[in-house]
Design a protein around this ligand. Structure first.
Ligand code: KG4
Ligand code: ZN
Length: 335
């Protein structure tokens, strides 16, 4: 079964062709980096307009790269829930048009389910059940993946997601957007013990996250040192901040693993590309006899291949959407 995936929930306009839920024939992603750099972040209305300009080209490019035409496509899978409403609408309108014109099935998916499938797509041997940490710019969740497409949400961010904290700290320090990859690179030259930043809620039994206090603590420390005329190596701040985020994400995930008596961890989403996060997860899980999986780097950030893979899994379970498919900026990760 050949599925055309479409993903436009935030700032990437993406289309992909995936065969039988695991063979990526093409994955086209148009980023909005020029706009992000200009505005220092995502402006929802501007991002939606850019999606509308690009979506037709991106779909055509995915078909051309995969050496297929719309005649070959068996179904369309699209992100319809969780994201910026105007952005989601562009992808869903495109998916509905193709489904109607070609009389092929349509399925709407939750963006986070897509991220969970990015790792399954990267690692076909990833066992289910497992604990998934989805960690991105817009979301931060701990999910118990109990069975195929059946989820129990264990915790989520109460304020900023980890990626958002990376982006905001980078912006404050005058670094480029998105901040995650820049801080990741800069940290390699820094001392991660230079500053003892707080590990938010690390001792609490709750599995929720909160990164806004850590962000404030970095900003206050920076302002205080500058006011005292002290010089501050950016690489040390970056490395110490990153270490606090990594420690928190790893500790909470291990707590979830222990609570659910799980044996397997899946780390997904944009922040799962982080070098130090991968290193600490790998070391910690090895010591505890837990298996850990990460997506291929190309599938960490938003992409339509993960949506096509999730769509295939749900279609195999007999699920379909119809042309009444709506968009929801906030929606629970349904089971
Ligand atoms: O999954 P994604 O593309 O979008 C959302 O669904 O939000 O994730 C984007 C986020 C950004 O906040 C970016 O700074 C972060 O992922 N990110 C990273 C790295 N690469 C991307 N954060 C830390 N280290 C990285 N290497
Ligand atoms: Zn995402």
């Amino acid at each position: 079964m050949l599925i055309l995936g479409i993903e436009t929930s935030c700032d990437e306009t993406s289309a992909a062709l995936v065969e039988d839920g695991n063979n990526i024939l093409s994955s086209t992603i148009a980023t909005q980096l020029d706009l992000l750099k200009k505005y220092g972040g995502v402006v929802p209305e501007v991002a939606a307009r850019r999606h509308a300009e690009l979506i037709g080209y991106v779909i055509k490019e995915a078909l051309n790269t995969g050496k297929k035409t719309l005649d070959d496509v068996d179904a369309v899978a699209v992100t319809s829930r969780q994201g910026l409403i105007g952005c989601l609408m562009v992808g869903v309108a495109a998916a509905k048009s193709i489904s109607y014109a070609r009389q092929i099935p349509l399925i709407g998916l939750h963006h986070i389910e897509g991220h969970i499938f990015a790792n399954i797509l990267s690692n076909p041997d990833l066992p289910i059940p497992h604990i998934a940490l989805t960690v991105s710019g817009g979301h931060n969740m701990l999910v118990h993946v109990k069975r195929n497409c059946r989820y129990e949400v264990l915790g989520a961010t109460l304020d900023d997601a980890a990626g958002e904290a990376f982006d905001k700290i980078a912006k404050f320090l005058g670094l480029d957007f998105p901040g995650g990859p820049v801080i990741d690179r800069l940290s390699k030259q820094g001392n991660r013990k230079a500053f003892a930043f707080p590990r938010p809620m690390i001792r609490s039994k709750e599995l929720d996250f909160s990164f806004s206090g850590l962000k404030t603590s970095v900003i206050n420390m920076f302002k205080e040192k500058i006011a005292n005329g002290e010089s501050l190596p950016l690489s040390d701040i970056a490395a110490s901040f990153q270490e606090a985020v990594v420690d928190t994400l790893v500790a909470k995930t291990i707590r979830a693993v222990e609570e659910k008596n799980a044996k397997v961890v899946s780390v997904t989403g944009g922040v799962s590309a982080n070098t130090r996060l991968r290193e600490v997860f790998t070391e910690t899980c090895k010591k505890k006899g837990i298996q850990v999986f990460f997506p291929k780097l190309s599938l960490c950030t938003d992409n339509a291949a993960m949506i096509a893979a999730a769509g295939y899994a749900r279609m195999k379970m007999g699920e379909r959407s119809d042309l009444r498919l709506n968009v929801f900026p906030n929606a629970p990760l349904g089971g």
